[in-house]
Design a protein around this ligand. Structure first.
Ligand code: ATP
Ligand code: MG
Length: 562
């Protein structure tokens, strides 16, 4: 019995969890340390969210710690704006790095000393080759590289040159520091990789202090080691860097962090690459990094996706050892599931048409009570005025339904319930000059008030409505996929050729029930039978702007039998 349980448990662990549990069981570490290492050169996207959930999630699960480390070794592309946005995004997802906010640039001094240590050991040298000569000698994956004429400089000479590089004697590109490993290795990353390069560029944190900067390979593993990271998790493209990661740790005789790779998250109809996302921003194809169509964390936050949904999604996707493409519908599903639990229901009419209750007194207003969330009693109720003139959705009326027996909404002589209010019967309609419906007329049955219905009447259709004199007009932004091509990882041409020209549709004629008038930026609503919406930052005192987060599968399926 015990054994079966144990086995069942093992099976449900992913390969990283299995590795961690084994390491902990064998006593390799007393507790784990992971890290999330963003380069502050753009805003985080949904792929990063997966990495955040993985690293912080594992630390949570195993009682360890996850560090936030900005991998800020490249002074050219990095900015403080990005650092701030990254912190905001991680906090919003619900994770906390406590006081462990680290920067690779904080280790520049230590990394520099490590480089001198390698030089003194004879394991690194200064190379003066031009880029062109460098390329000529490096070989191909099937042909070994050739040694640079500077490869056998003495440690003393190397040390002096390295110090001169640091002191700013040389121009950008004039000299580099290379590891001395193996020019015939089939792994190009082991062919004397560059460890330091000269860049007379100020850094967002260290200013003009340095004019030499470590490469990714020299900074990343060493930063892990300085922080005593036990499990350094990165995406598959770094698998080929792992021998170098291990070589540096061995040569430097430092804390042996270990790198493990997992597959990047790719979503269909989406690009997850900061470089491409930046292009969209810079060229004005979207309104900014936080455009609700963007797969950035700030974009999907503005769109209305919730942290709980993203965490659930990351968990569902899991970790894989092979790259694949995940269906964006899985993310939207997680969003719907969460919003169904937390979003307040309201009536919002996307394409309003007047409905006049002819037997209702002119000036009478009756307050109807609506449930805010059928999934959550504690969400309470709200009052909404019912008046002679109402709005319903144009799509809920058909003068001549094509299959009359399956049409449960309104039409001449048909009866429906106005949700939380009365059953009405359509008695007529008026058309405009262009043939479209201008007004619909109906009579209500006073015996059918919701909750007090004594009529015994049964109707199959239930419609949303809004009192016309009390309606609030709003702007609603309807989003569709940003790209029309399913697998964006496979395209060879420009991403612009794949943009969806209809990814944004603005509807300014939406009317919403008056209870929403006091809504605040960030509030989430379900417009009944329509979808989920979030109040956008662009809202003003006079006018609310909503983003459609996701559409809704019609949960009032009785309104129109399939
Ligand atoms: P991009 O190509 O979008 O710039 P990146 O990997 O260069 O991504 P970093 O800031 O270096 O961006 O990434 C920080 C962390 O997030 C790294 O550990 C990286 O492996 C991880 N990460 C980045 N993109 C994804 C993704 N699509 N899926 C999972 N993890 C990712
Ligand atoms: Mg990167």
């Amino acid at each position: 019995m015990e054994e079966i349980k144990q086995e069942g448990r093992k099976e449900s662990l992913n390969f990283i969890e299995q590795m961690i549990e084994k390491d902990l069981a064998e006593g390799r570490f007393s507790s784990i340390v992971t890290r999330f290492p963003p380069e502050p050169n753009g805003y985080l996207h949904i792929g990063h969210a997966k990495s955040i959930c993985l690293n912080f999630g594992l630390a949570e699960k195993y009682g360890g710690k996850c560090n936030l480390r900005f991998d800020d070794t490249n002074p050219e592309k990095e900015e403080t704006e990005y650092v701030e946005s990254i912190k905001e995004d991680i906090k919003w997802l619900g994770y906390d790095w406590e006081d462990r906010e680290y920067y690779a640039s904080d280790y520049f001094e230590e990394l520099y000393k490590m480089a001198e240590f390698l030089i003194e050991k004879g394991s690194a040298y200064i190379d003066d080759l031009s880029q062109e000569e460098f390329n000529k000698l490096k070989g191909t994956p099937t042909q070994p590289g050739k040694p640079s004429p500077y490869r056998d400089r003495s440690p003393g000479e190397n040390l002096q040159l390295f110090r001169e590089m640091k002191d700013g004697i040389y121009k950008d590109g004039e000299r580099v520091l290379r590891a001395k490993i193996d020019l015939s290795s089939p792994n190009m990353h082991m062919r004397d990789p560059i460890l330091y390069r000269i860049k007379h560029v100020p850094h967002h944190r260290t200013g003009d202090e340095w004019c030499i900067y470590p490469t990714y390979d020299f900074a990343h593993g060493q930063s892990d080691s300085i922080e005593k990271v036990t499990h350094s998790l990165c995406t598959l493209e770094f698998e080929v860097h792992r021998p170098l990661y291990d070589w540096l740790i061995r040569e430097l005789e430092i804390y042996p962090s270990e790198q493990t790779e997992f597959a990047r998250l790719n979503l269909n109809y989406t690009v997850v690459s900061k470089r491409n996302l930046r292009t969209l921003v810079e060229e004005g194809r979207v309104s900014g990094w936080d455009d609700p169509r963007m797969p950035t964390i700030s974009g999907i936050r503005r769109r209305g996706f919730t942290p709980a949904a993203i965490r659930k999604f990351a968990d569902t996707v899991g970790v894989a050892r092979r790259n694949g493409v995940t269906d964006v519908a899985l993310l939207e599903y997680a969003v719907r599931e969460d919003l169904n639990k937390v979003a307040s229901r309201v009536f919002g009419i996307m394409d309003p048409v007047k409905l006049i209750i002819t037997n209702w007194p002119e000036d009478k207003t009756e307050m109807m009570t609506g449930k805010n969330n059928p999934e959550d009693e504690s969400a309470g109720t709200r009052e909404m005025p019912f008046t002679k003139e109402l709005y319903i959705d144009r799509a809920d009326f058909k003068e001549d339904p094509p299959s009359p027996r399956k049409w449960y909404r309104l039409g001449p002589d048909r009866e429906v319930r106005l949700k939380f209010a009365y059953i009405i019967k359509c008695t007529g309609f008026k058309k405009g000059d262009d043939g479209s419906i201008d007004e619909i007329y109906a009579e209500y049955d006073p015996e059918t008030r919701s909750g007090q219905d004594t009529s015994g009447k049964k109707v199959k259709g239930t419609l949303s409505w809004v009192s016309a004199p009390n309606a609030m007009n709003a702007e609603v932004r309807l989003y569709d996929r940003l790209f029309i091509t399913e697998n964006m990882t496979e395209i060879k041409d420009d991403i612009h050729n794949h943009l969806n020209p209809h990814s944004l549709d603005i509807n300014t004629s939406v009317v919403i029930e008056p209870s929403v008038r006091e809504a605040q930026v960030g509030d989430m609503f379900q417009f009944e039978r329509v979808g989920y919406f979030r109040v956008d930052e662009d809202s003003t005192a006079g006018k609310l702007v909503f983003n459609r987060t996701v559409t809704l599968r019609d949960t009032w399926a009785r309104a129109e039998k399939k």
